[in-house]
Design a protein around this ligand. Structure first.
Ligand SMILES: NC(=O)c1ccc[n+]([C@@H]2O[C@H](COP(=O)([O-])OP(=O)(O)OC[C@H]3O[C@@H](n4cnc5c(N)ncnc54)[C@H](O)[C@@H]3O)[C@@H](O)[C@H]2O)c1
Ligand SMILES: O=C(O)[C@H](O)[C@H](O)COP(=O)(O)O
Length: 452
């Protein structure tokens, strides 16, 4: 894993316009690290406050002879911190929705997930000098305020991109015959060509599936197969991967509202694993009540943790905002934040890069290509399992209980591993065509010897 520290600003001179809340090219090994730290004249390792809220830098708390304690408060749902934080860090945990300013009175670094809004209301007057979010999206962070206050910021771009891509592929494979249709020349329309949009297009291309994409914030020429939103809405499968943007001229909030949804029909599949408000949920419910409604898969909901039961009942598959919840993706994000934290506080640090080996998979049938792909995808993950859990958690419960259950599903999420990177054992005499399909899913191939 490369060291954290890619500076991410509003865009270099000559770079294309970017909406607030979008990230430039980045991979699982990059951290978006917004600088805001200076070495203190007295040698303290605390990042200096540089903005209007500037306060005298305080040295890190002494914890015994020469040792420093970096006081970290973290969302209880960020895994691996106990072993991945730099030595000398003390860790407190809280549920992300319950983190308050009073919790931060004696805290140098705050690590959150998407459910904690981080802004002046939370941080003003606290000693926090570093904020990290273990997520790709950062629409819950007031980055301008952090920057003005000299508080360093890091996020985890790309860490869960492959997890989301595999969620989308599983959804396609699980709903009707969309996988067959795509393999037979159908097209996927991708809305938002950032890290995840690009990763999805690349995986589809490896599978020989055509895709087109739209992202008006990008410079002309940066999308290999560009399309208008209207053209995207005519594709067999439409997958949303925009950041949540309120900025003109191309806000993504309610990008799919009644007129856009009216363009869809029952021969199409719409997937939203981006942010709930990108599709107007009230309009979506209306659309799903029409006889010619498209098939819809939702991982994200406009008013999370509240899910509109009538909408859940009408979507083909629904899940509790877990598309990015592979163990691989979560631990990668934890490592990126810990590395960024160590860099900001100038701590020596070299975290382990391993997530633990995945069990090998075996493929032994001479099934059709779609069924081979389907069974490989299902060997690691099935959206239908999360759909069942969400329906059990939400339907028939009162609103508050359902919202609590939504959060509980996410907190207690099972250990899910990614398919890409898995070794797949194939029987002796396997065709090279089959090997190609397996590698197209990002797996490595081991072929059994004759008689083995
Ligand atoms: N469901 C999950 O578990 C999960 C996991 C990871 C990320 N996400 C979400 O997925 C989305 C994509 O993540 P990413 O890492 O690729 O982000 P990214 O910032 O790399 O890419 C987002 C892209 O959306 C584009 N965009 C913004 N407004 C648009 C508009 N009106 N029309 C078309 N494109 C527009 C931006 O220009 C950008 O290129 C984000 O919303 C993120 O929060 C969800
Ligand atoms: O933006 C992201 O990375 C994802 O939406 C993220 O995985 C959501 O999970 P949360 O932070 O809400 O646990």
């Amino acid at each position: 894993m490369a060291a954290a520290g890619t500076a991410l600003g509003a865009g270099a001179a000559g770079a294309p316009a970017r909406p607030a809340g979008s990230a430039c090219a980045r991979t699982r090994s990059d951290a978006g690290l917004q600088p805001g730290c200076r070495r203190q004249p007295g040698g303290s390792r605390l990042p200096a406050r540089t903005g209007p809220g500037r306060s005298a830098g305080r040295p890190l708390e002494q914890a015994g002879e020469g040792a420093v304690t970096l006081r970290v408060l973290a969302d209880e749902n960020i895994p691996g911190l106990e072993s991945l934080l730099p030595p000398g860090a003390s860790l407190r945990r809280k549920p992300g929705r319950q983190i308050r300013r009073a919790d931060l009175r004696e805290c140098d670094a705050l690590l959150v997930r998407s459910v904690t809004p981080v802004n002046a209301e939370l941080l003003a007057g606290t000693p926090v000098r570093f904020v990290g979010t273990a997520t790709s999206g950062f629409d819950h962070i007031d980055r301008e305020w952090l920057s003005a206050q000299g508080v360093a910021f890091a996020f985890a771009p790309g860490c869960n991109a492959n997890s989301v891509v595999e969620y989308v592929l599983c959804a396609i494979a699980e709903v009707d015959d969309f996988l067959e249709r795509l393999l037979a020349g159908g097209r996927v329309g991708i809305v938002g060509y950032g890290v995840i949009g690009r990763a999805l297009a690349a995986r589809l291309a490896q599978l020989g599936i055509a895709s087109v994409a739209c992202d008006p914030w990008l410079a002309p020429g940066s999308i290999p197969h560009p399309a208008t939103l209207a053209e995207i809405l005519a594709c067999d499968v439409i997958s949303l991967h925009t950041s949540l943007v309120d900025t003109a001229p191309w806000p993504s909030r309610h990008l799919l509202a009644a007129p856009e949804l009216a363009a869809l029909n029952s021969g199409q599949l719409l997937i939203n694993a981006a942010r709930g408000p990108v599709a107007d949920n009230a309009a979506l419910l209306q659309c799903l009540q029409a006889p010619d409604a498209p098939a819809v898969v939702l991982d994200v909901w406009e008013k999370e943790p509240r899910v509109e039961p009538a909408l859940l009942q009408r979507v083909r598959l629904g899940s509790a905002h877990i598309a990015g919840y592979s163990l691989d993706g979560k631990l990668a994000a934890t490592r990126v934040l810990c590395q960024a934290l160590a860099k900001v506080f100038e701590l020596e640090y070299s975290p382990s890069t391993k997530s633990g080996a995945q069990a090998a998979l075996a493929l032994d049938s001479a099934a059709s290509v779609p069924d081979t792909l389907r069974s490989l995808l299902a060997a690691r993950y099935r959206v239908a399992d999360d759909d069942r859990l969400l329906r059990e958690a939400v339907l028939g419960c009162d609103t508050d209980t359902a919202a609590g259950n939504f959060d509980r599903l996410r907190k207690q999420y099972r250990e899910r591993r990614e398919l890409a990177g898995s070794q797949v054992q194939l029987p002796a005499g396997t065709t090279t065509a089959l090997e190609r399909w397996v590698t197209a899913l990002g797996c490595t191939v081991a072929v059994a010897k004759d008689g083995a």
